[in-house]
Structure formats: structure tokens, C-alpha cells
Design a protein around this ligand. Sequence first.
Ligand SMILES: NC(=O)c1ccc[n+]([C@@H]2O[C@H](COP(=O)([O-])OP(=O)(O)OC[C@H]3O[C@@H](n4cnc5c(N)ncnc54)[C@H](O)[C@@H]3O)[C@@H](O)[C@H]2O)c1
Ligand SMILES: [Zn+2]
Length: 372
Amino acid sequence: MSESRRIEVNLGPRSYPVVIGAGLLGGLGAILRAEGLKQTGAFVITDPHVAAHYFEKVRASLADSGFAKIVRHDITAGEAGKNWDEFTKTCAALLEAFPDAATAPLVLLLGGGVVGDLGGFAAAVFRRGVPFVQIPTTLLSAVDSSVGGKVAVNFGGVKNIMGAFSQPRIVVCDLDALRTLGPREIRSGIAEVIKYGAVCSRSLFEQLEAGALEKMLALDPPTLTDIVAQCVRLKADVVEQDEHDKLGIRNVLNFGHTIGHALELSADYALTHGEAISVGMAAATRMAVQLGMVHLSFQKRLTVLLGRAGLPLTHPDAPSLYDRILRALQLDKKFRDGKNLFVLPTGIGSWSPRENVDWPLVHDCVRAVLVA
Ligand SMILES: NC(=O)c1ccc[n+]([C@@H]2O[C@H](COP(=O)([O-])OP(=O)(O)OC[C@H]3O[C@@H](n4cnc5c(N)ncnc54)[C@H](O)[C@@H]3O)[C@@H](O)[C@H]2O)c1
Ligand SMILES: [Zn+2]
């Protein structure tokens, strides 16, 4: 068993640790108590896939640590469940289980990014905010969504348009939980890992190129611990500088996400988040090349790495898909004054924002990733 790692996200009074290691779920209750969390009620938001594997372990550990009332609430698994209806059902279940303000529960988000985003939003608004814990069970949520405090649901056909900033009290990332993920979900998480390398860290990108990628695909324990910890540190660095996404620094995390998000929703959940982001990174890279912002060699290296991970660079075209993507681009959270904000690579590990990209070029880049 590899050693646990502890990474601090330093946000003044909202600071919290991210604990990464193997076999952590069995000791979850003790970890929470050691963190000073004293609640006796726990509201565990999860989904049926995750709960089937891990709820009992979590429940037993919480019960052993003095949680007297433990309530489980399942949301519909996958992106289709990240909606307003599931959100309000979750709020209703919270209120029904814990109607007394004196016994507000600790909310535990046991699952991937969908559980973390939706459940975190419910915890952020229930009684104007109750403490919550992120327990990521996908690679994607381990390296990205469980850290940083962005919580949200999709609404009106727009990704993450209803949401809040609310930081967890602690993130407990048990790497053993990733072992029940299918290969497609592992690849999906690797898309975000490649994103960090491509625009935040040349050394991570080169480590992936040098073989860490295949070790990640195989969930090799030391590589997994090392790379998840690197990604969490990279994300924490960005979030510490721009917690509320006001300074433009946090935009870096959106590489591949402008066209990626538009595709993700327009394709009716045919792609995982990571797959959509992979296609989105291919599109954004094409844009950067066309604008002369990055050398062709970047495109080549990124394409090779995404290919080695088994991630898509294109998506099969379908009737009206192109139009739906263009419409979705105009509904993007960051769409302002008739233009999208694109995060474009300028070299391995570096990036630059671009707001004034002409529509014909945007159209060309969307067209290029839709194949017959
Ligand atoms: N808040 C943020 O900063 C942020 C960052 C990146 C992504 N996101 C969001 O994250 C979401 C994607 O997250 P995701 O990829 O984790 O998707 P997900 O939560 O839908 O999980 C993917 C699938 O894996 C299953 N699953 C989860 N853990 C499992 C396990 N250990 N074993 C077996 N099956 C398991 C789930 O039930 C689901 O079917 C998107 O909605 C995206 O917008 C948010
Ligand atoms: Zn993402």
C-alpha cells in the first residue's frame, strides 16, 4: 500500500486538505474526526453505481466514529442526472432527513464529478451552507472536480449555469476506489490529466510522454499517487490565486472546455466529460495553430498523447449537431459581448486567453472535429 499524501489548499479561513492514498474509505470516520468535524448526522449523496461498491464501507466507518444518523441519497448516475430536478430532490431529501437546524448534518459527496458538483451545490445552499466533504471515486473527480469549490448543475441546456463557489472541509481521495472504474472512465480522467500537462506543467506532460500515461491507464499505484497529487497541487495553485474566477487565472482549467462543453451537451451525453474535453482540446489547438499562437509540434505531441490514451480527437457528425454546438457556444457561461473566451495553448505548459476570435475560425474549428 502506498503512503498517503496530504495537499493543503490554502484559502485563508476556507483552507482544507486533500488526502490522497489507498485504503482510506475504511478509516473515513476517523479521518473526519481528526479534521475536527464533530457532527453526529451524515447525509451521503452518491449514485447507485458508486453506492453498490462503497456505501457500506463508508456507512460502517462513519458509524464506528460516532455518526448516529446516516442517511443515503442517490442521484441518477451520469451527466443526465446533473440537473435541476435531481438538485431539488436532493434538497428535499436533505430537509426531510435533517429538519432541525441544531442537528445540521455533515454532507458527504461519494462519487464522481456529477455527485460532487450537484451535491456540493445542494450543501452550499441548504441553510445557506452546511459543511461538506468530497470523496471522489472517479479519476476525473480525483484530479479535478473535487478540488476548488465550483459546484453546479446544468440548466436550460447550459453546462454548470446554476451554481456557487463553496469549498469542501476536506477531500478524501481513496485511490483504491478507482479500481472499479471501467476503462472509458479512466481515459476520461486522463483527459484532464493531459490538460494540466498541456497548459500548466511541461514536466507533467513530458512525464506522461515518457510512459507515465500507460502506467496511469493501468492504475499503477505509485504513478497514480504521484500524478493525482501533482494535478491536485496544480489545481490548488490556480484556485489559491483566483478562488472566485475573477482574475482570469482560473481560466487555464478551461482549456478544451469551450467547444468541449458545447459538444458534451449537444451530443446528448454520448461522450463522457473527458472525451468531450479531448475533442475540445483538439479544436482549441487547431485554433491556436491557425492564429499562429503555437507551433505545429505542440499539436502533434498533444494529438499523439491523446491518441495513446485512447481519447477521441473528433466526433461523428449527426444531423443538426454542428448548429447545436454553435448555439451552445453562444450560451456558454463565459460568452460575453458576442464572443467566446478561448483558452489557447502557446507551448507545452503555457497558455493565453483569446476573446476576439472571429466566427469563421470558430466555425472552422468546430467543423474540423465533426467527421462524417
Ligand atoms: N467542479 C469542477 O471544478 C469540475 C471540474 C471538472 C469536471 N467537472 C464536472 O465533472 C463531471 C464529470 O465527472 P465524472 O467524469 O466523474 O462523471 P460521473 O460522476 O458521471 O461518473 C462517471 C460514471 O462513473 C460511475 N462511477 C463513479 N465512480 C465509480 C467507481 N469508483 N466505480 C465504478 N463506477 C463509478 C458513475 O456512476 C458514472 O456512471 C462533469 O459534469 C463535469 O462538468 C467539474
Ligand atoms: Zn473538465
